[in-house]
Design a binder for this molecule. Sequence first.
Ligand SMILES: [Zn+2]
Length: 255
Amino acid sequence: MNLCFDYGHGGTDGGAVYKGRKESNDVLSLGKAVAVEMRRHNVTVDEIRTNDATVSLNARSGYENRKAYNYFISFHRNASEPEKAKGIETFTYLNANAKAKSLANKVQANLITLGFVNRGVKEANFHVLRETKAPSILVELGFIDNTDDNNRFDSKRNEIVKAISKAILSQCGVTYKNITSKPTISSTKVITPTTGTVTATTLNVRADAGTGFKVIGQLKKGDTVKIAKVIGPNWYSIYFGEHGGYVSSDFIKLK
Ligand SMILES: [Zn+2]
């Protein structure tokens, strides 16, 4: 699978602008995050721009025309009169082929589950849809001149990235994989310092975690110890003297 991503506007063309917010920045940032997701699933993505560069429409379609892509996806944000319109719409070219329509439907359907108004899948005679060879879509990621859409765009950013990624991957026949964090394997578990009481008549404080290490001091029954770390199953690192010490956890009752 080989995709071409087009982040609308850029450089001297900020696209739609509202209260200091620029369409060119919003779509660059979000589109790049989707590209990262594609690559995580071993799907190749070529991006027409990866920074705030000025790129003409002809340069965009020219870039796409050099190679055979499975899909071309253009990221934009909409604008109308301030605070008048909101929601998401996805475009294909006029009488687009089934692949483009299917991708547009999937992207639109996934995005509106996040609470955006559904403005539907539409057709338009846009340059980047008309002059590109691959099945092409252009998604308008909410209205930049609508506060609700901007709040949703920001607060649900990760869900938006995931919604678009899942739609594209599904269209490409690739199953979306959640990011799984590997469990940390460590014998030294850091805990929030907690306190305990010594239950043995006398308890040796040692230089390290084990009965073979040097005794550096003693505690008596009822003494309070401040525990810094749990070491393995049987030892605590405690605050003791200047450099701390180690005691068997068998003789400490946690408070
Ligand atoms: Zn635009």
